[in-house]
Design a protein around this ligand. Structure first.
Ligand SMILES: Cc1cc2nc3c(=O)[nH]c(=O)nc-3n(C[C@H](O)[C@H](O)[C@H](O)COP(=O)(O)OP(=O)(O)OC[C@H]3O[C@@H](n4cnc5c(N)ncnc54)[C@H](O)[C@@H]3O)c2cc1C
Length: 325
């Protein structure tokens, strides 16, 4: 018996968060006396797949059909189900991200499986198969017991630290017969939607809100992000006002980030914004209003005008780097 885990890649490069998902699967498999089989779809190099052994996968089932380089949820679900059936798997894991959201519910319906979205813990098998997840925009936690024989878990990315070990996975080809309907969506072009550092994977994020007063001031935020090697993000009104592209918007209706450091500049800290960022390890808030709600969620705060503080902070980071090179 195997725990199945879907690994994601961009242009053949496996996403860092998929390493976390494989390691998560490995912990569960160990408890169940099972092995871990990763499922890779599309064009991925053999050594990248073998490398998943360093995160606990014994085997990788590779469905090499290049049409799977793009997300086709029906085909992805079909491939995962074929892998689960081949491996007699009772636990199937995806990330709780765009692909996971498109694929995992389809798999769960087909296999009559219970599903937990946004898992934040390992299953507590003493009490059944109980998994912790956030509810009400991160204001509370629910503990969900999956009762069905087959279980689908969507792991919230950046929940667990990843440790690289020794190991090499065996790669096997898996033939899956798709039909035309599985590729019903035709991808005409793909736009690069991330900056220099992809937001979802970023360890450091500098995020701006309406307090920056307009797109013309974004340069000073980008300067800090560049100096830190951070990704940039924003609040929803900023994206709604077209100051920044929508893929940078984080929160309840945007992306979820869990970086080591989240610097919020001119963002009030509304509950809907916090829902996407409150898993960050350290939060620094820069706001001119000492009563801004974000300060309650912050580890460090600076009360002041962002337009004045940001250039000073960038200069300080630069100086620090020069002295520590
Ligand atoms: C259903 C629903 C879903 C939503 N989803 C999201 C979501 O996913 N993400 C999201 O972000 N929002 C979301 N919102 C909107 C959310 O409620 C807030 O309105 C939004 O987060 C506020 O954005 P902001 O903090 O940038 O702007 P504001 O609330 O206008 O706050 C601006 C802040 O900047 C400070 N400021 C002003 N000038 C300066 C300066 N010069 N220097 C420093 N600080 C300054 C102010 O003191 C203030 O705290 C949602 C709302 C609803 C109803």
């Amino acid at each position: 018996m195997s725990v199945i885990v879907l690994v994601e890649h961009t242009g053949g490069i496996i996403k860092a968060q998929s390493f976390e998902a494989v390691q998560y699967a490995a912990q569960i498999a160990e408890k169940m006396g099972a092995t871990v089989t990763a499922v890779a779809l599309g064009s991925v190099a053999a050594d990248a797949m073998e490398g998943l052994g360093q995160y606990g996968a014994q085997k990788v089932l590779h469905v090499a059909d290049s049409r799977l380089d793009e997300l086709h949820s029906r085909a992805y679900a079909g491939a995962l189900i074929a892998a689960a059936q081949k491996e007699d798997s009772k636990v199937i894991i995806t990330l709780h991200d765009l692909k996971g959201r498109a694929v995992a519910p389809r798999v769960a319906v087909k296999l009559q499986a219970g599903l937990v979205a946004g898992a934040l813990s390992y299953p507590d098998t003493e009490k059944g198969f109980v998994i912790k997840k956030a509810v009400f925009s991160g204001k509370a936690f629910a503990y969900v017991n999956i009762l069905s024989e087959v279980k689908v878990i969507m792991l919230m990315p950046n929940t667990f630290p990843v440790k690289k070990l020794e190991g090499k996975a065996i790669v096997e080809q898996l033939d899956v017969s798709f039909n035309e309907k599985d590729f019903g969506v035709k991808v005409k072009s793909v736009n690069k939607v991330t900056g220099e550092v992809p937001l979802a994977d970023a360890e450091l994020v500098v995020s701006g809100g309406r307090g920056l007063n307009g797109p013309e001031n974004w340069g000073i935020l980008e300067d800090l992000a560049k100096e830190l090697g951070a990704a940039t993000a924003c609040s929803r009104p900023v994206a709604d006002s077209h100051w920044r592209p929508h893929h940078e918007h984080v929160g309840q209706t945007g992306g979820t980030v869990r970086p080591n450091l989240y610097i919020a500049v001119g963002i009030s800290g509304a509950i809907q914004h916090l829902a996407g960022v409150n898993g960050s390890k350290t939060i620094v808030v820069i706001n001119k209003d000492p009563e801004a709600p974000f300060f309650k969620a912050a580890n460090y705060g600076v009360v002041g005008d962002a337009l004045e503080i940001l250039p000073r902070l960038t200069a300080a980071v630069k100086k620090f780097k020069e002295h520590h090179q």
